[in-house]
Design a protein around this ligand. Structure first.
Ligand SMILES: C[S@@+](CC[C@H](N)C(=O)[O-])C[C@H]1O[C@@H](n2cnc3c(N)ncnc32)[C@H](O)[C@@H]1O
Length: 250
């Protein structure tokens, strides 16, 4: 699938053939990487669109970045391409799953671009013991709804953030006043039993405040009411759910 959100990485010339061979044998991809030489990985995630909505600075020179829940590392490699001085890709679940292709795919991209992105294998909840470092920018994208303990996760991410956390998450109950969150039954959200909560904006703001961020800005809102559209439900003039991007400052 081609999309109009151009974000391309540069593949080393002498690595192109081995990347193509890896793609040919590894059909399962999450991230959709595009390269300037025309190679595209068949990811199911709208990665370039997501990156666009994050509103990251185009120049990350001198910045350190941790990408928490990095999966195949799309955002990590793009931060490196934007000049970040140091990038750490952190994940655990998909890297440890038996027969998961996430780590081989990450490694294939790493080799193809000649990357220096470092890998940290840690659950979010173990971050305080996994690293004592703080990073200028923490990316916390598509992970918050996977936990039973949203405040605990945000606290762990705040603990490794020096300047700003870029939060991207599914949000629900957006048409309700006050801090609210939807609680999903097994497989209710996207047929994925690891999805627990969909907080609204006020709930996210309360949590950011409680874990010590001093300020935040609502940056973007995308994938609006997608669940209802798929189910053919009419949502005329009603915004109920979607994906939020928030920049939260220490
Ligand atoms: C929906 S994917 C998002 C991937 C990527 N951040 C993005 O936005 O494209 C969720 C990721 O979070 C990771 N994840 C979920 N719970 C986690 C936890 N407790 N510790 C570390 N990673 C976790 C999964 O392994 C997976 O890579």
């Amino acid at each position: 699938m081609q999309n109009s959100y151009a974000a391309k990485l540069t593949c080393k010339e002498d690595e192109a053939q081995s990347l193509v061979e890896h793609i040919n044998v590894t059909k399962d991809w999450f991230h959709q990487f595009s390269f300037t030489n025309g190679i595209v990985t068949p990811g199911r995630d709208p990665s370039a669109k997501k990156l666009h909505h994050l509103c990251l600075p185009s120049d990350l020179s001198g910045k350190s970045v941790i990408d928490i829940g990095a999966y195949e590392g799309y955002m990590s490699f793009h931060c490196e391409a934007r000049g970040a001085e140091r990038v750490v890709a952190c994940d655990r679940f998909v890297w440890d799953w038996p027969e998961s292709t996430a780590l081989p795919n990450f490694n294939a991209i790493h080799k193809a671009v000649g990357s220096k992105v470092e890998r940290l294998s840690s659950f979010v909840e173990d971050l305080p013991s996994a690293t004592q470092e703080k990073f200028d920018i923490s990316l916390f994208l598509g992970v918050l709804y996977h936990t039973k303990d949203m405040i605990g996760y945000l606290e762990a991410v705040a603990g490794v953030t020096k300047e700003v956390m870029v939060l991207e998450t599914f949000a629900d109950c957006l048409d309700e006043d006050g801090a609210k969150a939807a609680l999903y039954d097994i497989r209710e959200l996207n047929n994925d039993s690891s999805n627990f909560y969909g907080p609204n904006l006020q709930a996210i703001e309360v949590m950011l405040h409680r874990v010590g961020f001093r300020a935040w800005e609502f940056v973007n809102f995308w994938d609006v009411n997608t669940r209802e559209q798929i189910e053919g439900k009419s949502m005329y003039r009603r915004v109920k759910n979607g994906r939020l991007v928030i920049h939260a400052y220490k």
